[in-house]
Each structure stands twice: as structure tokens, then as C-alpha cells.
Design a protein around this ligand. Sequence first.
Ligand SMILES: Cc1ncc(COP(=O)(O)O)c(C=O)c1O
Length: 369
Amino acid sequence: MKKIDRKILLNPGPATTTLSVKEAMLVEDICPREKDFGKVLDTIKEDLVKVVHGEGSHICALFAASGTGGLEAAITSAVPKGKKLLVVDNGAYGSRMVKLAETFGIDVVRYQIPYGDYPDVAVIKNLIGSNSEISHLAVVHHETTTGMLNPVQEICDVAHAANIEVIVDCMSSYAGIPIDIKKWNAEYLVSSSNKCIQGMPGMVFVIFKESLLEKIKETKRSFYFDIYSQYTGFEKTGQMQFTPPVQVAYALRQAIDEYFTEGEQGRWKRYLGNYETLYTGLSELGFKFLLSDEQQSKILLAIKEPSHPNYNFDAMHDYLYERGFTIYPGKGAKEATFRLSILGDLHKEDITSFLKCLKGYLESNKIFG
Ligand SMILES: Cc1ncc(COP(=O)(O)O)c(C=O)c1O
């Protein structure tokens, strides 16, 4: 097999994957309408629900798309005509859900605060109280723009008290941060194959309450991203409606197996360890962070850009990239930042060798010292 160098991706997915996940894509050619392939998809759907402990209450619809496709499926399938969607918007991904809903003519009530501010549940409660047409609320669990972990449990509780269903974007938290979907009682959860589950990009999934299936039958706004027809179609035929990314599905199957081998707590412990190594190392180098510690997801750090005249993100990126490390720019946070994420198949030695390389860059450019 072709030799592949291992790269350390510190962008928040698509992530560094294991060699075994990459190798899982090297399979015999198979028509995705064959029963053998249908069985693979069936186990994937079942296991994706298990990751968030949704057995018995939640089911899963798979789509061939990036993460945004799953959000499109959840929002356009769930919100009935004539009703409103309340969106908690404290980052680029909250803002994206607003744009997405508006593209489909869905009325949005927007709770908009600067990227990096913490949502105030009392304000959300007031918005709900003054808009009786809100039927759904959408919130990002881990807002990848800033690294903020939004208070999903409290938001779900407030929404459910008013009979509002909740759509949670768990793109960059699912299979990293332990989630109990029954505890949240969330109606819809969306994530994709290429973040903390550590598979390849190309598949997205909506995990939703089985009891809602009949209710969303008539909501259909999108032909491709309709949860009802995608889910029931698969139940009848064992096939996805439209061509699935076959090799990506095999990689996802392998990634799920590796998730269960590592275990929910094992993965979280590894991620936490990597986060702490990164946080401590960056602090020692003189960097400051956008968020306070208690707001951090511990999956991603938004780091304040140094004001030093020799600092230049692109030059720093290129220096590190040439040495096998990928870093990520900021995305409109309330202060200028760049971002580093520890999601993916990363280990302590990867983080320490990154910190060493970054120190070399800072020293050679006389930044901080
Ligand atoms: C929280 C969140 N939501 C949505 C998305 C969009 O996913 P994609 O770019 O795969 O469509 C991302 C991507 O990073 C994300 O982090």
C-alpha cells in the first residue's frame, strides 16, 4: 500500500484519522443497492443512536452530505408551515441555521449575541413567552466558532416547558463529549462522520425521536433532505434513496467500532488530556484565550491573536503546515482569534511536538520574548 505520512490536524475536523479507518475504505467494489451493503448501513444507524444512549426512543436517518445537509434535513423536516424557529445565535454556526431556515421561508426568532458571549436562558425564556408561534428551537452544543459549550440542558428544559421541540447541532461534540440524549430529551440531534467520531467526511446523520416520524410526514420542504422519506425508504428497501458514499460508510463503520473500543469515557479522557496539554503549553508560551475556563468545550481553543508586530497568521500557518501541523483561522469571534482543536486521533506526543514546533516559530520570529 502507498505510504502515507501522518499529519496532525488541529482544525476542528475533518480530523486526523487512524490508519485502520483509512484502510477500511479499501474494499471490494460493491453496488450500494446490495443487501450486504444495506446491512452495513443498518448497523451504522443503530450504533450512532447508541453513542448518545438513545436506544428505544430515538432513531437515525443518514444522508450523503456534509454537516450542513443534516441541519437542513432537521430544520426543513421539523418546523411545520406557519410556525417559527427560535435560533440561539452566538457563533457562525448559529448564524448559519438562521440563514438556512430563512432560505426555506421559515420564520425565525433570532436570539443574537456576539460570538463568544454566553447565552442567557432567562432571555430565551422571555422570547418563548412573547412568541406563541415558536414550535422549535435550534441551538449549537459546541459552538466551533469560539469553543463555547452552550447550556443545552437548561435550554431544552425551558423549551420543553413550553412544548417547544429542540434541534441540537452536535457537529463538533458528538462522540467527543459524552451526551445523554434522553436526559436532554432533545427531539433532534445532528452530527457528521468527520469530527469526534473520527471517520471520513461525506455522511451526516439526524438522530430523532421515533414518536415524531408520523408528525413530520407532511412537513417536507426539501426533496433530498426529507427525513421522513429517507428513513421510511430505508426501512422498506434497506437502501438509501440516493447514491451513498460507499467507502466513506465503511470508514464510518470502522470509526464507530474504534469509538466503542475506546469507550465513551476513554475518548473523553483522551480529549481532555490533549486539551490540558495544549492549554498549559500555549499559556506557557504567552497566549491568551477568548473564553473563560468554565465556558470552554475543551474540544477547541479560540486563542487571541498576539498584537506583536511580527505576528502573522498566514506565515505561522505555512511554517507549521510545512512541518506536518495544520492550524485554523478565526471565524468572526468578538476578538481576533485563531483556533486549535484536539478532536481526532491525536495523542499527548502529537500535542507536545506541535507545541515544540510552535515555540520554534515564535522564537525565530522573536514573538513573545
Ligand atoms: C457546530 C457546527 N455546525 C455545523 C457545521 C457545518 O458542517 P459542514 O461544514 O460539514 O457542512 C460545523 C462545521 O465545522 C460545525 O462545527
